[in-house]
Unconditional design. Structure first.
Length: 258
């Protein structure tokens, strides 16, 4: 399990997104309120953003977020209209490496996953590997279920003409077959440089928490989607289970049943 969040709106600093909120991802790394499993998120963290020309960038560290002094230096300097952050609680303790630290990125996509597939390596990953095209799997550098889900999403997007809603529905149908009755939790955050897509979904398990937020005091003109509300102010609405949220610049959020 993890805690993650994304922002879309007028350009803000990394510090404003990641550190300053009263219940920021930094606080959620050691004091989360709504975790279904585990108690802290100390197995690494990462952030993703886009430059003015639309190029995606990432910074990841397998150490706890509170142990990274670079955030203090980079926080006020880096600015973007899009932010994605994740504080990680590793399902498999031995998997704490840079390669396994989200968010993951290929091309213009950034991806974060809050959840897990039970007994992924033993029973489900072989089906992923049989299905994935070699050129898609070549971009998988770690061994987490999250990164393989990112690869599966990219391949299915190509098969569904970049329609994210159709892709998510097909993806969940496919992995349901592969999981053979095992539980799985699938809260995704997907950024493409134009929109944010967020899912709140689970199979044979309760879905992790996810909130849609609008806080004019701390994030004027922006929208957030987060595992837990980042602030005590503003309006934070719980996303219904088995739904997908779409955030676009200049448009109200959409909520679509999966």
């Amino acid at each position: 399990m993890c805690r993650h969040a994304a922002y879309l709106g007028p350009s803000i600093s990394l510090e404003q997104f990641l550190v300053q909120p009263s219940h920021s991802l930094v606080e959620q790394s050691f004091r989360p309120k709504e975790m279904l499993t585990a108690e802290v998120n100390a197995d690494g963290f990462g952030v993703g953003w886009y430059l003015d020309d639309g190029t995606a960038r990432r910074y990841v560290n397998p150490a706890p977020i509170w142990a990274d002094r670079n955030i203090v230096q980079l926080g006020p300097v880096l600015e973007s209209r899009f932010w994605l952050g994740n504080v990680r609680s590793a399902t498999v303790p031995e998997s704490v490496t840079s390669a396994n630290t989200p968010p993951y990125g290929v091309g213009n996509f950034l991806f974060s996953h809050n959840g897990y597939i039970k007994e992924f390596a033993e029973h489900v990953r072989p089906a992923f590997r049989r299905f994935l095209k070699p050129e898609i799997e070549a971009d998988v550098h770690g061994n987490t279920d999250s990164e393989y889900l990112f690869a599966l999403m990219r391949q299915m997007l190509l098969e569904h003409n970049d329609d994210v809603v159709k892709t998510m529905r097909a993806l969940f149908q496919q992995i349901y077959v592969w999981m053979q009755g095992a539980p799985g939790l699938f809260n995704f955050l997907i950024l493409d440089g134009e929109k944010i897509y967020a899912t709140r979904h689970a199979i044979d398990h309760d879905a992790p928490s996810l909130y849609l937020g609008h806080d004019e005091k701390h994030f004027p003109g922006g929208w957030l989607i987060a595992s837990e509300p980042l602030s005590a102010s503003g309006e934070w609405l719980s996303v219904p289970k088995h739904h997908l949220v779409v955030l676009s610049l200049g448009s109200p959020p959409e909520q679509i049943a999966l």
